[in-house]
Design a binder for this molecule. Structure first.
Ligand SMILES: Cc1ncc(COP(=O)(O)O)c(C=O)c1O
Length: 478
């Protein structure tokens, strides 16, 4: 089979196949409209979310759940099934789905109209609020995180006059060609390669891909300090939530500062989540530029670049006043976008930031603590079940722990069963984002208890069907 999307077909024993057939029948009955819609429109709707990780034995249940409406911690699908949502808009919905304080401002804005082109009424106020939260000096708006990252890199290159950037393996910075790179060792030499067909190898020539959290990477940065415009870092990667390298980040700050390299924090996931001031405040590291999105848009598409004036002035030439001889003096680069400062996105961002301000740090502290308790309970469950799965969280996002080598191979061995586990959870009304997700302020203790209960039930069912190894502890107890 010529596709890197397709997983191997394991040889299933007859009792496993029988169990799977039965599960597939029940699952497809329950979610038949989602399946029907997916098939009906496949010929016209090119959608990688529907094809990624294609798995032959699970082909008949390989379709996305089509959502119809949502509220708080719940979503409902087109067949009327209710789910506790742990995907939470890929990290957008910190306050759950459709929070009244955002819904109201969006309705008001729709009444007022969507004026694109003239200055957005609240753009200045939102910029000021972001500066207050992030301790940055200036802010500009784009429509997605990808655009924000792309702009941040362009600003760094423009201001430093250098071309190279350094990124870290495992970091996702969006789908801009310039960051879709990986490191690969060929004949003992380390090369940067595009991660997918269609990305020009010329584009990645200016990118170094380094090991995250590894002190050796700091030496490589020092070796290239005269060429580097920026080091781009996701402070805690969603793929390795247990890797939270505070000392590494602080050393990285020192080295980049000394060498005049822009330190860019990509805070798309960590921003406004781990702390009101994001990962910068959490780790005590002041970046030169930080990019945000997700939470701050309140469900509307948004990307934000915040940074020190020396970098941000390349957007507009910098500060000037009326009534004197000042004018925009800084050298500028190119920046644009029809939908930047979209009135709906700005209205929602204003509502989010004002709400966060009234709630204070308690909001993040409580949610982070609840997520840690949730993950500790899940890990206890995996331990009791003798399963080689360990989860970790950073604030309210969680996923498989994988920075420890001993657990990573075990985790990957368990990943096939994870697919089945995820389908079992969906069948019981729990919607995960791959093997992880996000908690919101609307998830109740009952929601969390229910998730833990169905994880246990699903493990039990999968074990009985022969998809998980027998627990020796349980065997000796009986
Ligand atoms: C750290 C990080 N940077 C950038 C992006 C890209 O953001 P967007 O999907 O809004 O383009 C993401 C998206 O998940 C992200 O997690």
């Amino acid at each position: 089979m010529e596709s890197n999307n397709i997983k191997d077909i394991p040889n299933l024993a007859s009792h496993q196949q029988k169990y799977l057939d039965k599960f597939i029948t029940h699952y497809t009955q329950r979610t038949k409209t989602s399946k029907q819609l997916t098939q009906n429109y496949r010929s016209v709707l090119a959608d990688n979310r529907v094809s990624e990780g294609f798995n032959f034995p699970l082909k008949e249940i390989f379709y996305p759940i089509v959502a119809k409406h949502s509220l708080g911690s719940r979503i409902w699908d087109v067949d009327g099934n209710e789910y506790i949502d742990l995907m939470m808009g890929l990290g957008v919905n910190l306050f759950g789905h459709n929070p009244p304080f955002i819904k109201e401002v969006l309705e008001n804005q729709l009444e007022k109209g969507i004026q694109i082109g003239p200055q957005s009424e609240f753009a200045g106020e939102v910029a000021e609020l972001i500066c207050e939260f992030t301790k940055m000096e200036r802010v500009t708006f784009s429509n997605t995180g990808t655009e924000a990252v792309m702009t941040a890199i362009r600003l760094a290159r423009s201001v430093t006059g250098r071309n190279k950037i350094a990124v870290f393996s495992g970091s996702y910075h969006g789908h801009f060609d310039g960051t879709l790179v990986k490191a690969q060792k060929i004949d003992g030499n380390l090369y940067t390669l595009p991660i997918a067909p269609g990305i020009s190898s010329n584009i990645v020539e200016d990118v170094l891909v380094l090991d995250y959290g590894n002190p050796e990477s700091l030496n490589v940065i020092q070796d290239h300090e005269q060429e580097l415009a920026a080091v781009l870092v996701v402070p805690v990667q969603t793929t390795r939530p247990d890797l939270q390298p505070k000392t590494f980040l602080q050393q990285l700050r020192q080295i980049t500062k000394q060498a005049g390299i822009a330190l860019i924090f990509d805070e798309m996931v960590t921003g406004f989540r781990i702390h009101p001031g994001g990962a910068q405040a959490w780790f005590g590291v002041e970046a030169d530029i930080a990019t945000y999105g997700k939470i701050v848009g309140g469900g509307m598409p948004i990307g934000i670049v915040a940074g020190k004036a020396v970098y941000m002035d390349a957007i507009d030439g910098g500060m000037w006043n009326y009534g004197d001889d000042s004018y925009p003096t800084a050298k500028t680069t190119f920046f644009a976008g029809t939908f930047c400062k979209h009135p709906l996105a700005i209205a929602a961002a204003r509502a989010v930031l004002r709400y966060l301000k009234t709630q204070g740090i308690t909001l993040q502290e409580q949610l982070n603590q609840r997520t840690s308790q949730f993950i500790a309970a899940l890990n206890t469950c995996f331990e009791e079940e003798e399963l080689p799965i360990r989860m970790a969280n950073f604030g309210s996002f969680f996923g498989l722990a994988s920075s420890d080598n001993s657990t990573s191979s075990e985790n990957s061995a368990a990943s096939g069963s994870m697919d089945l586990l995820r389908y079992h959870l969906l069948h019981k009304g729990v919607y995960l984002l791959r093997a992880g997700g996000y908690l919101s302020t609307t998830h109740t203790n009952e929601d969390i208890s229910y998730v833990i209960q169905v994880v246990k039930e699903s493990i039990e069912e999968l074990r009985e069907a022969g998809f998980l190894p027998i627990s020796l502890k349980k065997l000796t107890q009986t």
